[in-house]
Design a protein around this ligand. Sequence first.
Ligand SMILES: [Ca+2]
Length: 272
Amino acid sequence: MFKITLIIFLLINTVFSFVFAESEILWFDDAEQGPGKWIKAKTTEITSEKKQHVFVLMPGDRMFSKEKFTLDNTKKYTLSCDVKSLGKKGNILLGFACFDKKGNEIPSAAVHYYPGTETTLIKTAYMGDTEIYIADGTKWETSKWACVAFDIDSSGKQKDIPNKKLNSLGITNVSKVDNGWKISLAKPLKKDWQSGTYVREHKNFTNRNFVYIQPQMPQKWKNIKGSCQGVARGNPRSGQWWPGTVEFRIFFMANILDGKEIYVDNFKLEIE
Ligand SMILES: [Ca+2]
C-alpha cells in the first residue's frame, strides 16, 4: 500500500513539475549598485523618485552585460526590465548579443538572408572586382543593406549559417546578362572566389537578437519582457536564438529621436 502511495505521489509530482516548470532568476541588476555589471552603461539618481538610481541612455547609447552566458538549448530564457522615457519619439529594443563557438559576436548579416537566392558563381571573381556573375539572380534584390555570402552549404540545409564569408554591404544593381546574372557591388571584393563557388544573398537586418521591441517610448515606468527558446533553423525567427549561438550577453538600446533621456532599471533574466 505504501509503495503504491509513493508511486502515485511521485507521478503527481512529475506531472506537476512538468506542467508548472519553475522559473529561476539567473541574473538581476538594479542600478542602485552602479553600472559595474555592464560594458557600456551610466547611472543617474532621480531625486524626484525617492532617490532611486537608474541607468540613463542618450541617443546612440547601448548597454551590454559584462557577463557572457552559456546558452542551454533546453531552457526558455525570459528577459525583462523597467523603462521610462522623458521624450516621446523613438523605440526601445531589448534582447541578446549572440556569440559563436569561437566567442566572436555573430553579425546580423551572417544569419539573415533572402530565401531562394542560393546559386553559383559562373566566373571567377577577383579581389578588387565590383561585379560578380551568378547562374540565377531571379530572387536577388538591390539594397544598401544586402551583401553576398560566399562558400555556402551546397546541400540547401544552410549549415554554413552563421556565414561570415561576406563582402561589404551594398548591392547596387541586379541585371540579366547572356548566360546568367550580373550583380553590382557597392564596394570592391576583398578576396578572390573561384568560378563554381556557391553563394547566397544575405542582409543586415535586426541589429541584435531582440526579444522585445517597444514601438513607442513609454512616458511612465513600464515593465517590458520577452522570451527566447530554441535555435532558429534558416532565417532567424522571433523568440528563437540566432543560428550558431553558443553564448550571449544581455543587450539594451533605444533609438531616441528627440534627444531626451531614457531611464531603465531592474534587468532580470529568468530561465525555466
Ligand atoms: Ca533602482
